[in-house]
Design a protein around this ligand. Structure first.
Ligand code: BTN
Length: 340
C-alpha cells in the first residue's frame, strides 16, 4: 500500500477531473484522513459535491473510508487502469504520464491515431477495458475479455526512418517479456516478429503502425494486447493457440502492476536505444527468441519459405538459412515451427 500511495505525478498544465483530483489528494495523504472541508476547498466545490464524487469512486472500486469527524482516507486502489491509478507511483518521466482511459472503444490503435494527429505528445498511453474492434496483424481480430486483459497503445515520436521502426517493436516485446518475468517469475519467449509465448502458446501480440514520409516518421503507434486474467480456452477461435498469465500461474494477476512495470521497462529501453543504438537490445532479443536455431516455415501472402531461423538483423528482418543453404532476409510473415 505504501508504494501505491507514494506520489501522483501530474503533468504541468494538465487538467484533472474532480474524481482524479480527489484520488490524487487522497494518494498524497498516504493513508491519513483528509477532511471533507479541505477536499471541497481544493476542488472549489461543496462538501456535498465531494461526497457525490466519493460515492462515484467507490463504485469504480476505490476503497475509501469515511469518518464523520475526520473525513476520508484511501484504503486501496482498483485494478483498473484509470489515469490516477496508472500514474500512482509510476517511475517514468514521460512514458504513460499522460493517460487516455476509455471503459470501451473500438481499438486503442485507432483512437491513438486520432490523438497523435491532433498532436498528442510522445509517451501518451491510450488504454481501454474493452475493445469492440481490436485489430491484429494482417487485419486479423484481437480477442480479449472485458476488464480482464491489458489493451493499450503508446504514441512515439521517434527520430527514426520508417525502415528502422521495427526497433520500437523489438524493444517493446523485450520490455513486455522482462516485465512479465520480473512480476511473475514466468519466462516469456518471443516469436518473430512480435508475438510473446508462454508454454508454447501466445499470450501477447504487438501491432505497430506508423505515419510519416519516406525519410521521416511523424509518429509511431505501438499497440499491445496481453492476456492477463482471461481464459482463452473459452474463445473457440483461439482456445488451442492462446494462453494468459493467470492460466500459467493458476492465480489472478494485477493488471495495473504489470502495466506499470512494462511502461518503466519500455522507457528504460527506449532511452537506451537513443543512447547506444540497437546492438545490445538485439542481442537480448535474440536470447529470448523462441525460433532461433530451429527449423521453421515462414508464410506470407501466398508464399512459404522453409529453413532454419538464424537471427534477426538490425532492421528486424529475419535471417533464414533455406534448405539449399542460402541466406534469406525476410521482412514479414507468420512463423511456425517445423516438427520434422
Ligand atoms: C497481433 O498479434 O496480431 C497483434 C495484436 C495487437 C492487439 C493490440 S490490443 C491493443 C491494440 N489495439 C488494437 O486494436 N490492437 C492492438
Amino acid at each position: 500500500m505504501a508504494s501505491v500511495l507514494r506520489h501522483v505525478k501530474e503533468k504541468k498544465g494538465e487538467r484533472l477531473s474532480p474524481a482524479e483530483e480527489i484520488v490524487s489528494l487522497l494518494i498524497d495523504g498516504q493513508g491519513d484522513y483528509l477532511s471533507g472541508e479541505s477536499l471541497a476547498r481544493s476542488l472549489d466545490c461543496s462538501r456535498a459535491a465531494v461526497w457525490k464524487w466519493i460515492r462515484r469512486l467507490r463504485k469504480d472500486g476505490f476503497v475509501i473510508q469515511a469518518h464523520p469527524k475526520r473525513g476520508y482516507r484511501l484504503i486501496s486502489l482498483p485494478d483498473t487502469p484509470f489515469p490516477s491509478v496508472v500514474r500512482a507511483a509510476l517511475g517514468t518521466s514521460y512514458i504513460g504520464q499522460v493517460v487516455s482511459y476509455y471503459p470501451r472503444i473500438d481499438s486503442t490503435n485507432a483512437t491513438a491515431r486520432q490523438l497523435a494527429e491532433k498532436g498528442a505528445e510522445e509517451g501518451t498511453l491510450v488504454i481501454t477495458d474493452e475493445q469492440l474492434r481490436g485489430r491484429g496483424r494482417f487485419s486479423r481480430r484481437w480477442y480479449a475479455m472485458p476488464k480482464k486483459d491489458l489493451l493499450f497503445t503508446l504514441i512515439f515520436r521517434p527520430e527514426l526512418k520508417p525502415l528502422q521502426v521495427f526497433r520500437l517493436t523489438l524493444l517493446s516485446s523485450l520490455a513486455v517479456a522482462e516485465a512479465v518475468e520480473r512480476e511473475t517469475g514466468l519466462k516469456p519467449l518471443i516469436k518473430w516478429p512480435n508475438d510473446l509465448y508462454l508454454e508454447n502458446k501466445k499470450f501477447c501480440g504487438i501491432l505497430t503502425e506508423l505515419a510519416g514520409e519516406q525519410e521521416r516518421v511523424s509518429y509511431c503507434l505501438i499497440g499491445i494486447g496481453i492476456n492477463v486474467n482471461s481464459d482463452p480456452s473459452s474463445h473457440p477461435e483461439i482456445s488451442n493457440i492462446a494462453t494468459s498469465l493467470s492460466c500459467c500461474l493458476k492465480r489472478e494477476v494485477s493488471r495495473v502492476q504489470i502495466l506499470k512495470t512494462i511502461l518503466e521497462c519500455i522507457e528504460e529501453k527506449y532511452e537506451r536505444l537513443k543512447r547506444e543504438g540497437i546492438a545490445r537490445l538485439r542481442e537480448e532479443w535474440n536470447n529470448r527468441s523462441l525460433i532461433l536455431g530451429k527449423r521453421v516455415i515462414v508464410s506470407s501472402n501466398k508464399t512459404e519459405e522453409k529453413g532454419t531461423a538464424e537471427s534477426i538483423d538490425e532492421d528486424g528482418f529475419l535471417i533464414l538459412r533455406d534448405e539449399k543453404g542460402e541466406r534469406k532476409r525476410i521482412l514479414s510473415g507468420d512463423v511456425s515451427l517445423r516438427l520434422r
